[in-house]
Write a protein that binds this ligand. Structure first.
Ligand code: AMP
Length: 424
């Protein structure tokens, strides 16, 4: 051990567990790429103001959880706490919204929130996200929800649920907001919560404390205040999900922790995760572009938490089909064998075969141990006697069966055994 360890609320990804993270990122992003989403990568930090305006000045994320810093040049920056505001900022900056719409983008990266660490809640975490910018079409909302649900399903997750709600729009939300404020002002609430009634009353619905929830049983719900446009939009999203056989639960109290959502809002929760049950979420954010100084650009997106998806897989006992990193492992005994097998390994790698080598001049016994540990199906073994006969031994590590093959054919023999397409 060194004198240092990973900062509080963070952890390192190391083999073999790290392979699960790559597999989850791949399982979520591959269907996005097939659905026309292009890869976007933005800086790990942005101007604080982007998040203050984009995420919402009254949210926990902005008031309590941002890692902010002042640069030597006097810029106020924050490590990104989420992806949407940055992706939208990047798309606007590159004028993507002037081209064909919707602009469909996906991303994968690290996010930072100064939260109280606990199981499933970290200060550094990983998300894969998708945003479809510049179109108001219920099929687009449905597409994103279906892509997320299918990704979880493909990974083997079963115990997840999709919660769905509509948060209304600029036409119907103001009246609902006032109705809710009036209701909330009549309750017995602490000072902080009372302050929240003025700034962001919808967030009070999301309060997890029991004595607050107990008073909210009769709170007015957005569902009953949706305007005709929002109602019909939401109905179309629901119908498309039903037609695609993506089960969902209507959750009229779902509000989520970011201010920018309008209309469609959803969250994926997993029942094996305890308190931090949200594995992903998103929704429509038709006003966000204007909030950060852009043109009107109705958009929808989601972010799925990679860390929690991995935890959910473990909770369900799903073993991902992660292929072994190594197909063949070379075990040389003696200097000449080292040269010969190193050349074979290089040739195999150049043909795309996953090959590894016993480095460090280990004895035969230790080298064979490394071969077995690598997960390789085959070992190429050679000692002085083999080379004197012009052969190397190709050993099947599963059956123990061993065949001598001419040195010059070592690589192609391995490839033939592995059923590589163009092997002789
Ligand atoms: P949010 O942007 O808060 O909707 O987060 C989207 C997803 O990211 C959540 O559903 C979680 O899976 C994941 N996530 C958010 N915050 C954290 C955190 N502090 N630690 C781990 N995962 C997180």
């Amino acid at each position: 051990m060194s004198s240092f360890s990973a900062p509080k609320g963070t952890y390192d990804l190391i083999p073999p567990d790290s392979a699960d993270f790559l597999a989850v990122r791949e399982a979520i992003s591959a269907p996005l790429r097939r659905a026309g989403y292009g890869y976007v990568e933005t800086p790990g930090f942005e101007q604080v103001e982007l998040f203050a305006r984009g995420v919402g000045a009254s949210t926990d994320i902005v008031t309590k959880e941002m890692y902010t810093l002042t640069t030597k040049g006097g810029d106020e920056l924050a490590l990104r706490p989420e992806g949407t505001a940055s992706v939208l900022r990047a798309a606007l900056q590159a004028n993507l919204h002037r081209g064909a719409l919707p602009v469909k983008l996906w991303y994968s990266g690290s996010y930072y929130r100064y939260e109280r660490p606990q199981a499933g809640r970290y200060r550094h975490f990983s998300q894969v996200g998708a945003e479809a910018l510049g179109a108001e079409d219920p099929a687009l909302d449905a597409e994103l929800v279906i892509l997320a649900a299918d990704a979880y399903r493909t990974l083997g997750l079963r115990r997840f649920r999709l919660l769905l709600n509509s948060l209304g729009d600029a036409e119907c939300r103001p009246a609902y907001r006032s109705a809710l404020q009036e209701f909330l002002r009549g309750l017995d609430l602490d000072e902080d919560t009372r302050a929240r009634i003025d700034i962001n009353p919808l967030r009070v619905l999301d309060d997890k404390r029991e004595h607050v929830q107990a008073q909210l049983a009769d709170a007015p719900l957005m569902r009953d205040h949706l305007c005709q446009g929002c109602k019909s939009y939401h109905e179309q999203v629901r119908e498309l999900l039903l037609a695609a056989e993506v089960p969902f639960e209507d959750d009229p109290r779902l509000v989520r922790g970011l201010d920018y959502y309008t209309r469609t809002t959803f969250e994926f929760v997993h029942d094996g995760l305890g308190a931090q049950s949200a594995v992903g979420g998103g929704g429509r954010y038709d006003g966000l572009s204007e909030m950060i100084g852009g043109p009107a650009l109705p958009s929808v997106g989601w972010a799925l938490g990679v860390d929690r998806t991995v935890l959910a897989l473990r909770a369900e006992g799903v073993a991902l089909d992660v292929p072994s990193g190594t197909d063949v492992f070379a075990v040389p005994v003696g200097e000449e064998a080292r040269r010969t097998l190193f050349a074979a390994v290089t040739e195999l790698r150049r043909h795309g075969v996953a090959a590894d080598f016993a480095y460090g001049g280990k004895g035969m016994k230790n080298a064979m141990k490394s071969a077995n540990r690598s997960g390789a199906r085959f070992a190429l073994v050679a000692g002085e006697r083999d080379l004197a006969e012009g052969v190397v031994q190709l050993k099947d590590l599963e059956s123990g069966e061993q065949t001598a093959v001419p040195v010059a054919e070592a690589a192609s023999a391995v490839r033939a055994k592995l059923n590589c397409p163009s092997a002789r």
